[in-house]
Write a protein that binds this ligand. Structure first.
Ligand code: C2E
Ligand code: MG
Ligand code: MG
Length: 702
């Protein structure tokens, strides 16, 4: 506090000045009042002393007889230090001590004269029994003088103390009433400037000093405005914070928050040895909902399921939305797998409860993948890896539930773990295969059903694993897609297919075209067109001989985006085909907007064409669509003459399948082309053509 005061002392010059003025004024005022009083009092005391000495002497003179009135008796005391008594005749009667001197005795009255040596000489006319006696005496006033001086000094000192106190009180008062409030205002202002968007200072309290309240008012208004602004900033920050961690559609925590929560849940679980369960909940056939009812309804559906999940779970659990139609739930303290299954059943029940929206009664179904901590993870791993593992395991279980027919739950188990391990191994082997060139492109010819002439082939990749032999693309392509390896692999396939087809064209099959499968990953990569264009330039294959096959499910994944990419590719002069048509819930509304030249009917519909009326209907419908939209229709998986004849009777353009040929390496393809009885469309005499290029054929090993 002292420091504070000193601080203020040094900082406030006006207050200091005022205090000094008060101090001096009070001091001088006291001196001016007290010193005259002391002076008067001193003179009164001196007079009183003289009077007392006179009356003592008078008494002595009056009551003494002639005999006693002599020098023998000492009349000198501490006050009267000299005495001369003379009778009326002027004769000295008593002479004692220092004798005072009077220059004249002109007056017959008492006289007094100040002496330089701190004493006063007096002349008294006294009455004695022998008549009038003249007494001259010297009265010592030095004791009175020193007493008086002493009191004067005390008075000055006391005045000084009182003045200092007055000055100090003035200083404090000024500080409290003026300096501190002003300093507070300044501090607050400074702080508000420094904290800017951050913490805003409190409004100040009103001062005792009326005239400062106006200033305080103005200042408080400023601060309140800033507080309001800061509150808005805070609300905005809270909103941004919320938006960063929540999904805008369902208002549930998003992936970011889920990952954070998962990390903490694993850490807690490890520390307290506490089990927990992760459920991955995915809507079944959500795409169908979107296509059938539109995206708005699809969104409402997702929001509704999210809300139901959130309501069902306890506060300590977490429900988050990971992706489009995928939710994740973390349930803490679930003791056993049975309880987890019970919860999964409840999740499925609440998800399937009908949902009314704008006259639609929607009924969703979900699949649930479940993974339990600590049973399903390697507990020796670090926490981050365990978190990743438990979610991956739940995803594997979910995948299992989906491939087992959806609308069910699956708990992660050992079988899945070994499949997962195998998958990881496959991924590793794929990387090696890419480096070591273990892949080969096979060609499966396509023929014009009416003329039976070859139009071209579909390029199908083959992987010859050094120990496991041939591995089906249906097994490794999805893994390559997930691992991102399909970009590199796909480019290699495309370049090889273009290069070898170009070679075949140069051998004389100048009209042969080639269809290359393009994975969704390549399609959404953003680099497809430059990659294709470079491959065509490098291999010199004209674009019109290349057809890209994109599966129907890939096309419908994000139709608007796909339409743009397809248009770009189409403008480039490439052919575009929708592969496996009929399996991917195509929206006909989109179909007419796709710049697609070919529909490939999935082989599942061709296989049972002679026995299954539904398949017949589907094939007829696809052919009808193709005609309507002016697209060629290719039937995949034609295995016998009956199928081919049926397709011909229905007006299908092109067939592909084991009945014509299995996929084969390029050398065999060349040999096959040469032998195919109906020849190659647009090529007059294949045998002739091929024989012209015997040297070239050797390159293919035939
Ligand atoms: P897809 O594009 O629909 O290819 C047709 C598949 O049907 C090929 O299987 C082919 O061998 C098979 N197939 C053709 N005719 C018949 C038949 O008469 N009967 C039977 N049962 N099957 C027939 P493959 O080569 O095993 O390829 C399977 C799938 O793997 C392909 O389906 C395609 O989606 C994918 N794939 C194959 N090669 C590539 C590739 O180079 N790139 C990409 N991205 N995917 C590829
Ligand atoms: Mg294909
Ligand atoms: Mg296909």
């Amino acid at each position: 506090m002292i420091n504070n005061v000193l601080d203020k002392l040094s900082s406030s010059r006006p207050a200091r000045k005022l205090a000094v003025v008060v101090l001096c004024t009070v001091f001088i005022a006291q001196l001016l009042t007290l010193l005259p009083l002391l002076y008067t009092r001193y003179h009164q005391n001196v007079n009183a002393l003289i009077d007392q000495e006179r009356s003592n002497l008078q008494r002595f003179v009056r009551y003494s007889d002639q005999d006693t009135l002599d020098n023998t008796q000492s009349l000198i005391n501490s006050a009267m230090v000299g005495l001369l008594l003379t009778d009326t005749g002027g004769n000295p009667v008593i002479t004692q001590g220092e004798l005072p001197e009077f220059e004249s005795l002109a007056s017959a009255a008492d006289q007094k004269s100040k002496n330089r040596r701190g004493s006063i000489d007096v002349l008294w006319f006294l009455e004695s029994n022998r008549g009038r006696v003249l007494a001259t005496a010297r009265i010592d006033t030095s004791e009175l003088s020193s007493k008086s001086l002493y009191f004067s000094l005390l008075t000055v000192l006391a005045s000084l103390i009182i003045s200092v106190i007055a000055g100090f009180v003035t200083l404090r008062g000024t500080n409290r009433a003026y300096i501190y409030p002003v300093a507070n205002l300044t501090d607050s202002l400074r702080e508000s400037r420094e904290t800017s968007q951050g913490r805003v200072p409190e409004t100040i309290e009103y001062t005792d000093t009326e005239d400062l309240n106006g200033l305080a008012d103005e200042f408080n208004n400023l601060i309140e405005a800033q507080q309001r602004a800061a509150r808005q900033v805070k609300v905005k920050q809270q909103y941004l914070e919320f938006a960063a961690h929540h999904d805008p559609l369902t208002h549930l925590p998003n992936r970011l928050m889920f990952e954070d929560k998962l990390k903490r849940t694993v850490a807690d679980a490890v520390e307290n040895n506490e089990p927990f369960v992760v459920f991955l909940v995915d809507l079944d056939n959500f795409k169908f909902f979107n296509d059938q009812y539109g995206h708005l309804v699809g969104d409402k559906m997702v929001a509704e399921i999210g809300n139901r999940l959130h309501t069902m779970m306890r506060d300590i659990d977490l429900v988050a939305r990971l992706d489009g139609d995928e939710f994740v739930v973390i349930q803490k303290s679930i003791a056993d797998r049975e309880s987890a299954e019970e919860i999964a059943r409840r999740v499925m029940n609440i998800a399937t409860a009908p949902y009314e929206y704008r006259g639609f009664t929607l009924k969703a179904a979900v699949s649930v993948g479940i993974s339990c901590f600590p049973n399903d993870v390697h507990t020796g791993h670090d926490e981050e890896m365990m978190g990743e593992e438990i979610v991956n395991n739940a995803a594997v279980a979910l995948q299992e539930a989906k491939s087992n027919g959806k609308n069910q739950y699956q708990l992660f188990n050992e079988k899945m773990r070994s499949r997962l391990t195998a998958r990881i191994r496959l991924e590793t082997d794929l990387k090696v295969a890419l480096q070591e060139g273990q892949f080969e492109v096979y060609y499966q010819p396509k023929v014009n059903i009416n003329t039976r002439q070859v139009t071209g082939a579909e390029a199908l990749v083959r992987w010859k694993h050094p120990t496991k032999g041939f591995i089906s693309p249906e097994v490794f392509v999805p893994v390559a897609e997930e691992a991102g390896l399909i970009i590199e692999l796909g480019e290699w396939i495309l370049r090889t297919a273009c290069k070898e087809t170009r070679k075949l064209q140069q051998l004389g099959f100048s009209t042969l075209n080639i269809a290359v499968n393009i994975s969704t990953v390549q399609f959404t990569d953003g680099n497809l067109l430059p990659m294709v264009s470079k491959a065509l330039t490098d291999t010199k294959l004209p674009p019109e001989f290349l057809e890209l096959e994109i599966t129907e499910s890939a096309v419908m994944h994000d139709p608007e985006e796909v339409i743009n990419s397809l248009h770009e590719l189409s403008r480039f002069g490439l052919g575009l085909a929708i592969d496996d048509f009929g399996t991917g819930y195509s929206s006909l509304a989109y179909l007419k907007r796709f710049p697609v030249h070919t529909l490939k009917i999935d082989r599942a519909f061709i296989t049972d064409i002679s026995s299954d009326n539904d398949d017949v209907a589907i094939v007829e419908a696809v052919l009808g669509l193709g005609k309507h939209f002016n697209m060629k229709v290719v039937a995949e998986g034609v295995e016998d003459e009956d199928q081919l004849e049926f397709l011909q009777s229905q007006g299908c353009d092109i067939a592909q399948g084991y009945f014509i040929s299995k996929p084969m390496p390029v050398a065999m393809y060349l040999a096959w082309l040469r032998k195919w009885p109906q020849g190659v469309q647009g090529v007059d005499d294949p045998e002739n053509v091929v024989s012209l290029h015997n040297a070239e054929q050797k390159k293919f090993g035939t």
